[in-house]
Design a protein around this ligand. Structure first.
Ligand code: MG
Length: 161
């Protein structure tokens, strides 16, 4: 049995915060504002995974009113989602993620981001796609005040013998 989920997230970009995408810190004058480390791509991926199994969203699992999650590394939250999926006897077939931002160019970090996700999720790099695009200087990504990410995840029920 296959299940598919999609995820979407946005974070404001501000000075004094790190730009962290898929667990990789990318040198830039601005970074994501957020309760956690603000890793917009991991947040979209977690929502895609939770959505595939109709388990709600990251706001439900990791509320921003809970100080436990203040400044937390989003990879820790992703691992919790992976454990939840495993507990439901599902495995991930593949993930496809898009990061939308005007600057900086992140193409040189794509493989590092895939490797970071691969290690965090115990999933082969070949099953993890990370892509980047701009919105041609339009809107909040175009004026560099924010970054957004979309993700899709396909899961398959494990055979229980
Ligand atoms: Mg978020």
């Amino acid at each position: 049995m296959y299940r598919i989920g999609n995820g979407y997230d946005v974070h404001r970009l501000v000075e004094g915060r790190k730009l962290i995408l898929c667990g990789v810190e990318i040198p830039h004058p601005t970074g994501e504002l957020g309760h956690s480390d603000g890793d917009v791509a991991i947040h979209a991926i977690m929502d895609a995974l939770l959505g595939a199994l109709a388990l709600g969203d990251i706001g439900k699992h990791f509320p921003d009113t809970d100080m436990t999650y203040a400044g937390i590394d989003s990879k820790i939250l992703l691992k919790k989602v992976i454990n939840l999926i495993n507990s439901k006897c599902y495995k991930i077939i593949n993930i496809d993620c898009i990061i939308v931002l005007q600057k900086p160019k992140i193409k040189d970090y794509i493989d590092a981001m895939r490797k970071s996700l691969s290690e965090c999720m115990c999933l082969d790099m070949e099953c993890i796609s990370v892509k980047a695009t701009t919105e041609e200087k339009l809107g909040f990504t175009g004026n560099e005040s924010g970054v957004k990410s979309y993700a899709v995840a396909l899961l398959h029920k494990k055979l229980v013998l």
